[in-house]
Design a protein around this ligand. Structure first.
Ligand SMILES: Cc1cc2nc3c(=O)[nH]c(=O)nc-3n(C[C@H](O)[C@H](O)[C@H](O)COP(=O)(O)OP(=O)(O)OC[C@H]3O[C@@H](n4cnc5c(N)ncnc54)[C@H](O)[C@@H]3O)c2cc1C
Length: 405
């Protein structure tokens, strides 16, 4: 989405520019969040998730090189290398995004599924048949969205998670508890605090998933182990790379003429401008517009607060800002009604972030307050109760994945 949005915006800003998009995948760019939602639930087809205007590249004079993997950047010559092709540039945008984090080689051999691409999701969709036993490794957003879709398809679902709760990497405890309860109510089973020992695939195509104290039988095994940024190209080009490709608020990397945008960037975020890599669609949708403006010699900055959403069963979850480091937490509405909001405040009582369950309007109000550094509006504050203690969680999957042998 980041590369696509930048290309379309650049065309608008620079009608005369020669624009080339190099795309590792064969398909036209598509809306990745639908892969575990509408596409997996068969509510949308592959054709319906192609991004707006991606079918107009020829008309817009954008050269789209499908299935073309950029292998190197010669920064002195200003050339991108792909096999025998050498594509010159005056200005270059890296929007290489992320890939699914994988188990160590050997453990997933034989048929487990990772869900990052359209091809991955179509393969999974074909396997979610009524009565099948699905085991999902990892209770993050992707794992839980797959669990919800699999239950809807009539599969039995067991989710295995190394930590003691769902969404423990990014959500405060009350939200984790709520989401866990939602899945239990919908018939999902959990195994917490356990690592996978081995996965053996039998001759009938089913799997034996070995945990510390039991073995689960599965027809389908799905891995939702988080993501890793595709930073190799940038690193090889000698750019400043830490957790992601380091950019300033104008999306400039450490090399002149090279910009980066989307999920792969480590960019200034929050009131103190701390560099962070944000794993969400919003940054991939909005930051490339800033990059394109600056690539076209304009002046724009990306200063938005992190924002993400997830859809599971009847629940739309939206999260804005930093929800883990509040010193005070406020709750608006009753979780039992499936319509409520959790707000994190700092020492000074200013909002850091919030999570809304079926309450998107609260997120819009919070977003304005966070970006402007102002207190939450009275209309929110007047209906909030203060929760007794801090609910911040620890980080689990940011380090290497631990798997018992
Ligand atoms: C199943 C799923 C569900 C999601 N649901 C949500 C959600 O509900 N809410 C939300 O906020 N976010 C969600 N996300 C995250 C969201 O999709 C990503 O944040 C977004 O796609 C990032 O966009 P991007 O363009 O930065 O990177 P990507 O989408 O990763 O795109 C990068 C592209 O660059 C290509 N590429 C990489 N390196 C090269 C190279 N060297 N040469 C050529 N091509 C290359 C890759 O093949 C890829 O196609 C979801 C992600 C997935 C996978």
């Amino acid at each position: 989405v980041a590369g696509h949005r930048a290309a379309i915006e650049l065309r608008r800003l620079r009608p005369e520019a020669a624009i080339t998009v190099m795309a590792g995948e064969e398909s036209l760019p598509y809306d990745r969040p639908t892969l575990t939602k509408e596409l997996l639930l068969a509510n949308k087809t592959a054709a319906e998730i192609v991004l707006k205007d991606a079918d107009r590249y020829a008309e817009l004079g954008i050269s789209y090189l499908r299935g073309t993997w950029a292998e190197g950047i010669d920064t002195r010559e200003g050339v991108v290398e792909a096999g025998l092709q050498r594509i010159p540039y005056d200005t270059l945008l890296l929007a290489t995004g992320s890939r699914a984090r994988r188990l160590p080689i050997g453990l997933d051999a034989g048929g487990g599924l990772y869900i990052r691409t359209l091809a991955d999701a179509l393969r999974l969709r074909a396997q979610l048949l009524k009565g099948r036993r699905v085991v999902i490794i990892g209770a993050g957003f992707i794992g839980l969205e797959v669990a919800a879709a699999a239950r809807k398809a009539g599969c039995s679902v067991t989710v295995v998670e190394a930590k003691s709760t769902v969404l423990s990497r990014g959500m405060p405890e009350p939200v984790s508890q709520f989401m866990q309860g939602l899945h239990v109510t919908n018939g999902v089973e959990f195994r917490f605090g356990t690592l996978i020992g081995a996965i053996d695939w039998t001759s009938d195509g089913s799997a034996l998933v070995e945990l510390a104290h039991e073995t689960l039988r599965a027809d389908v095994v799905v891995f939702g182990l988080g993501i890793e940024p595709n930073v190799e190209l940038a690193r090889q080009a000698g750019l400043d790379v830490r957790d992601g490709i380091v950019v300033d608020a104008q999306c400039r990397t450490s090399a002149a003429e090279i910009f980066a945008a989307g999920e792969v960037t480590s960019h200034p975020s929050g009131p103190h401008g701390t560099h962070r890599r944000i794993e969400s669609w919003r940054v991939a949708s909005d930051q490339p517009l800033v990059a394109a403006a600056n690539m076209a010699d304009g002046e724009a900055s990306y200063t938005d607060a992190p924002w993400l959403w997830s859809d599971q069963y009847d629940v739309n979850l939206q999260c804005i800002g930093d929800v883990l480091n509040g010193t005070v937490y406020l709750q608006r509405g009753d979780p039992a009604t499936h319509k409520w909001t959790l707000i994190a405040l700092d020492d000074a009582g200013l909002p850091l972030g919030g999570v809304a369950i079926n309450n998107g309007r609260d997120i819009s109000m919070l977003r304005r307050a966070i970006v402007n550094g102002t207190p939450i509006p009275d209309v929110l504050a007047s209906e909030c109760v203060r929760l007794p203690s801090s609910h911040a969680n620890s980080d689990i999957l940011s380090g290497p994945l631990r798997v018992s042998s």
